[in-house]
Design a protein around this ligand. Structure first.
Ligand code: FAD
Length: 500
């Protein structure tokens, strides 16, 4: 009988996306069922800047059965409880978007509604004091959650910072041990089947031809298969997210690593600071419409903690997404599928979620078009919701000190985002849209942090007297403070468990 199953997969590209895909597929599909081959070119290289992640990456590590301490050690990693945003609402202001719970919900109503009421009366402290991630970030503390019943220590949400190059190497070892074949070489041509335009093979500079049933394009911005061969098209979002360049440079560490990523807004973009064990990753994301490359580079170099460890590298990008992430027998993952700046550290999450979606929609050689359409619909939904969350950071600002901020503050924004902001302003409610990635608490932390204040709070808050609310808030604050007192410093935790 004709075998209609996919028996040969070719992954084009060995950056983080390529090796994450190879690792996950090799864990789930054995080589006697399907051969997986990865082609990469050392001459071309990878983007490989420092990476910050979000807590969902723990699921990916679990899927691979990774030992977390070994993973952190081998990637010079550190832990991350959230992102600190400096100068985003206005110069001199800062807030933390911390992972995990905010306060404790009371009588079926979210904590933040009670907090908003008390804040308006001057009876509440800063939000960080009611979130374990926020306060632990402020104090440089970290530990993994422990089984401590109702205590916030049971509920510490965290992610990682790590060196992307080391991560790719780590995943390469993992994948090769599970049968992935790696080919070093430059692809110079893609051969399409005459009958239907599906990809038949790729041609290497060495003359070798690699055939496969299914191709995964992880070739980075150039989109070697999805764009250059299949002409899929690209949706450009630069009118909402005008940054299109980044200078990246690592520098020496000074002091202990912070358990959070820092994002500092400048006059035409923002700077990331990602602490690793052996260095700090830095980059200045900016808009070339509003600032020259030279000026952006000197701003970065003038705002480093320690001495730069390399020459700054310029990366150019167009924010947006491929019109179809899956086209014919090719799925694009990573930068080949589109790009959004790392403001909320979502790129690797999108790699991971596309891999998970690919497993649910795994095809046979018939490549059912309805499945492909649904895959593309779900992928678009996911990235568009993240895009709106990023736009929020730029749009909701009081900054009027540069043309860039004047543009962002006054630009038109997507309809869904307008509705979300207006609803929040009206009565403090936030609706999570089905499976959108950022939950109500993330939206709340950023909307509040950027200076959006609702005119009302949940009416059921008024069931409780002000004294009672104040007492309960104080109780929560005290428990959070005690929990953070109990935690070791981030540096102590690393030294004990995962020092490189
Ligand atoms: P690449 O790293 O570009 O890899 C492409 C691969 O394709 C390489 O192996 C290359 O050799 C191969 N290739 C290309 N053409 C050919 C050819 N012709 N023949 C053979 N091989 C070929 N993500 C986060 O989650 N957190 C962050 O903090 C973060 N910060 C970022 C900052 C910047 C400025 C940028 C640009 C990205 C950032 N990202 C971040 C995104 C993250 O770096 C990427 O999503 C991730 O590294 C995946 O890249 P990739 O593997 O898709 O592409």
């Amino acid at each position: 009988m004709h075998d209609n199953n996919i028996r040969r997969i070719a992954i084009v590209g060995g950056g983080t996306a390529g090796w994450m895909t190879a690792a996950a597929l090799s864990k789930l599909i054995k080589p006697d069922y399907c051969q997986i081959r990865l082609i990469e070119s050392e001459d071309i290289g990878t983007v490989g800047v420092g990476e910050a992640t979000i807590p969902q990456i723990q699921l990916f590590n679990k899927l691979l059965d990774l030992d977390e301490n070994e993973f952190v050690r081998k990637t010079q990693g550190t832990f991350k409880l959230g992102i600190q945003f400096v100068n985003w609402k206005k110069i001199g202001h800062k807030y933390i978007h911390a992972f995990g719970e905010v306060g404790k919900d009371m009588e079926g109503v979210q904590f933040y509604h009670y907090w908003l009421k008390m804040l308006a009366q001057g009876k509440a402290e800063e939000l960080d004091n009611y979130t374990i991630g926020g306060l632990a970030s402020d104090r440089g503390k970290f530990m993994r959650p422990i089984d401590a019943g109702n205590s916030p220590l049971s509920n510490i949400a965290y992610a990682f910072h790590f060196d992307a190059g080391l991560y790719a190497r780590f995943l390469r070892e993992y994948s090769e041990a599970r049968g992935v074949l790696r080919t070093e070489g430059k692809i110079v041509d893609t051969i399409l089947r005459a009958s239907d335009g599906f990809i038949e093979s790729v041609q290497l500079a060495s003359g070798e031809r690699v055939e496969a049933d299914f191709f995964i394009d992880c070739s980075g911005f150039r989109g070697l298969l999805i764009e250059q061969a299949l002409n899929t098209g690209y949706e450009d979002w630069a009118h909402w997210l005008p940054c299109d360049r980044a200078w990246a440079v690592p520098c020496e560490s000074v002091g202990e690593p912070t358990p959070y990523t820092r994002s500092t807004a400048h006059s035409a973009g923002w700077q990331w600071r990602i602490p690793l064990q052996h260095r700090i990753g830095n980059g200045h994301v900016f808009s070339s419409r509003f600032m020259s490359e030279d000026e952006a580079c000197s701003i970065l170099l003038n705002n480093l903690d320690g001495k730069p460890l390399a020459e700054p590298r310029l990366l150019k990008f167009v924010t947006g997404k491929r019109k179809k992430v899956w086209n014919k027998n090719c799925v694009a993952i990573g930068l080949a599928s589109g790009f959004m700046e790392p403001l909320e550290s979502t790129s690797l999450h999108l790699v991971q979620s596309t891999i998970a979606r690919l497993m649910s929609f795994f095809p046979n050689k018939s490549f059912d078009q309805e499945d492909i359409d649904e895959f593309n619909r779900q992928t678009s939904f996911e990235v568009e919701k993240i895009r709106d969350f990023l736009i929020l950071h730029y749009h909701a600002t009081e900054r009027n000190d540069s043309d860039f901020w004047n543009y962002c503050r006054t630009m038109s924004i997507p309809e869904d985002l307008t509705q979300k902001i207006e609803q929040f302003k009206k009565n403090g409610r936030i609706y999570r849209n089905n499976t959108e990635m950022f939950n109500e608490l993330s939206w709340f932390e950023v909307m509040h942090g950027q200076g959006i204040h609702p005119r009302a709070y949940h009416p059921l808050v008024d069931r409780m007297s002000n004294d009672e609310i104040a007492k309960r808030l104080e109780g929560i604050r005290g428990v959070i403070e005690k929990s953070v007192d109990y935690m070791p410093t981030h540096a102590e935790f690393i030294a004990e468990h995962c020092k490189a």
